[in-house]
Design a protein around this ligand. Structure first.
Ligand code: PRP
Length: 211
């Protein structure tokens, strides 16, 4: 039986785009393009098995070897620091991690700054680098309303178009780091399925140079 490469893709718009890149790179899987609610698809001919997982879970599948490779946002890699190899910047899913505050916010550095975020580690690392005392308020979504309701002073969150901030009267006061989607690999798979992984890397590289 042919050895298959297990590939975890982030479910959603970014994942569709990334699958398009794998397809263009020579690893299509016609079944994935059919409209249904299946989560696993394979194309034995080219030796790939794709599965859709929640974007924030991709790195877990790859770290534990349930997937050989996968695509995860740099935000997730910085926040969870999974033990995986980061192989390639796919240059899609681009956004930035930023600090935002209500318009006109003035930081009183003599006080502990209350920071609401889904990305506690990224926020902690950023402010530690500045020697700033903060109080992290970990939330799971709708972070933008925290400063509006007085739950926090600022937020640390992903900004893509800036629309969410604008519509909630917030503005970026600091950019922490640019974000994009990365191709990641399980460390053992990178060794034992190296040929297949390198082939994908080579083709993805070629593709990127063509764009
Ligand atoms: C992210 C982020 C912002 C929004 C930014 O949320 O948390 O709310 O996108 O995008 P914009 O700058 O283009 O408005 P996401 O949709 O990923 O879901 P979430 O509510 O789970 O964070």
């Amino acid at each position: 039986m042919k050895q298959m490469l297990n590939i975890a893709l982030p479910k959603g718009r970014l994942g569709e785009k990334v699958y398009g890149m794998f397809k263009a790179a020579g690893f299509p899987c016609p079944a994935i393009e059919e409209q249904n609610r299946k989560l696993i698809f394979e194309n034995e001919e080219v030796g790939v098995r794709y599965f859709w997982v929640k974007p924030s879970d991709v790195a877990i599948y790859v770290e534990r070897g349930a997937a050989d490779i996968g695509v995860a946002g740099k935000d997730i890699l910085l926040e969870y620091k999974p033990r995986v190899y980061e192989l390639f910047d796919l240059d899609v899913g681009k956004c930035r991690m930023a600090v935002a505050a209500p318009k006109g916010f003035r930081d009183d550095t003599s006080r502990t700054l209350r920071v609401a975020t889904k990305f506690s580690r990224i926020a902690r690392d950023f402010y530690a680098g500045q020697g700033r005392d903060i109080d992290i308020i970990h939330l799971n979504g709708s972070i933008e309303i925290a400063p509006i309701l007085g739950l926090s002073d600022v937020i640390v969150d992903i900004v893509e178009t800036g629309t969410t901030l604008k519509e909630n009267d917030l503005e970026v006061i600091d950019t922490i780091v640019p974000i994009s989607a990365r191709l990641i690999a399980n460390t053992a798979s990178f060794k034992f399925k190296n040929e297949a992984i390198e082939k994908i890397l080579t083709e993805m590289n070629r593709l990127e140079r063509l764009l």
